[in-house]
Design a protein around this ligand. Structure first.
Ligand SMILES: [Zn+2]
Length: 444
């Protein structure tokens, strides 16, 4: 995703790049001299995305308490903007267990040491493993060919896979066959399983542990000739980890007990050892930047209805922060007139998608009308219900919600490439305008 301009090795390109970096408007994404100075909105957005995605935030996960550092930062921004805490304080605590990988992971074949994050990742619920194991493969052919399947199943019965590294390759298999391959593989209780990734490594986080240690690995980094693989993976399973939602609001000038809510999760996938972290610039430092820009806007333009800003923790763990809030609301959920959740706000070349558009047709039509009249985004696409971000438990509890995410542009997602320097924020200002106009419509 990150085009390396220096690899062209062209002297001219290097001069232009150097001059570009010396320009005061170095944040412009196109290296051209006609680059306009950035608006205050975009400057603030980049500042938030850069800060939340920086190494010191440790990917806003659970190694080195990155999520907690991010929560403190957001609380300070809420205070600076002038928001009032929704409860007695800005924080709402909640607890869960989480599996983490605080130490660097070593994976080594005979000829090379593989690169963490790029060549492989640890599967989130993996327990630890350390050793050098002979490699065995299971793939489509092993499972469908009668003879090889028989051999594999015989191996399970004789426990002969137990001291092996089993490489599981479901490339070219149907969903059904893939499930069959996985079942065979895990019934054989290998010492460690290497799952061949589809086209990219996509990380996640987990509250549980699997029986078998597992690594997700790119196919091109191992060879069928490799006989052994060496691995050292240690984990730390943390029980009762404390995370926090950050909740602030601006009191309405007219209707103080009717609320419009904007929400965004601030957590991400954290660190995988000391060397690797998942920056989560698009997911969801960009949504936090939108949340804070909205808060700034309303601190300068007092709204008629009270407006609440919710920054949720542990979304990536399974919507835990927002679920906790819905189960423990700080004011009756009935008083929420509408909630707009923002998750992945960093592109927009192809417009936005609106989850729950089909549930709230009137509001969706209003959104589309604003967009057409003001000529903001290239498109607004409707989508039905989906349990894919923090709006979900609110909607289930009877609150009207939209979940909005941007479409097009860079494809980095849940990987080490979701970086601030490659995030274009293409439609950021237009989305902000759309949301403030939509909130005006809701307040009519
Ligand atoms: Zn997200």
């Amino acid at each position: 995703m990150n085009t390396n301009i220096r690899s062209t090795n062209s002297f001219i390109v290097r001069i232009i790049t150097t001059l570009w970096l010396l320009l005061p408007t170095a944040n412009c994404l196109v290296p051209t001299f006609s680059c306009k100075a950035q608006s205050d909105i975009l400057k603030y957005a980049h500042q938030i995305v850069d800060t939340l995605s920086a190494p010191g935030m440790h990917g806003r996960g659970y190694v080195l308490k990155g999520d907690s550092i991010a929560a403190d930062f957001l609380k300070k921004e809420f205070e600076k903007i002038g928001l009032k805490p929704v409860g007695l304080e800005f924080y709402q605590k909640f607890y869960f267990s989480i599996n983490t990988f605080p130490e660097n992971i070593l994976v080594k074949t005979k000829n090379r040491t593989l690169i963490s994050g790029k060549d492989f990742i640890a599967y989130a619920p993996s327990p630890p493993v350390k050793g050098k194991y002979p490699i065995e493969w299971i793939d489509k052919n092993t499972a469908t060919d009668r003879k090889t399947r028989r051999q594999f199943v015989d191996g399970i019965e004789k426990s002969s896979h137990n001291n092996k590294a089993l490489f599981i390759d479901t490339t070219g298999a149907t969903k059904e066959l893939s499930e069959d391959i996985y079942q065979l593989a895990f019934e054989s209780y290998p010492a460690v399983a290497f799952r061949i990734a589809g086209n990219k490594l996509t990380n996640e986080v987990s509250t549980t542990l699997t029986h078998t240690p597992q690594i997700v690995i790119m196919k091109n980094v191992v060879s069928l000739n490799d006989e052994y693989i060496e691995i050292s993976l240690s984990n730390k399973y943390i029980e009762n980890y404390t995370s926090r939602n950050i909740l602030g609001y601006i009191k309405g000038t007219q209707y103080t007990d009717s609320f419009i809510v904007f929400s965004a999760h601030y957590d991400h996938l954290g660190r995988m050892g000391k060397d690797i972290y998942f920056p989560g610039a698009n997911d969801n430092a960009s949504g936090c930047a939108m949340l804070l820009n909205l808060a700034k806007h309303y601190s300068q333009h007092p709204p008629e209805y009270s407006i609440v800003f919710m920054a949720f923790g542990a979304e990536e763990v399974g919507l835990l922060g927002s679920k906790h809030y819905v189960e423990n609301p700080l004011f009756p959920l009935k008083q929420i007139k509408f909630l707009v959740n923002m998750d992945i706000m960093g592109t927009g070349e192809e417009g936005i998608k609106v989850v729950n558009a089909t549930e709230h047709k009137k509001e969706f039509d209003a959104l589309v009308k604003i967009n057409e009249e003001k000529k903001l985004l290239p498109g607004i696409q409707p989508r039905g219900k989906a349990k894919n971000s923090d709006h979900y438990f609110f909607e289930e509890a009877g609150v009207k919600t939209f979940f909005i995410y941007t479409l097009g542009g860079i494809k980095a997602y849940h990987d080490i490439y979701d970086k601030p320097e490659t995030l274009p924020l293409t439609e950021f200002e237009d989305i902000l305008k759309l949301l403030t106009d939509f909130s005006e419509y809701l307040q009519k």
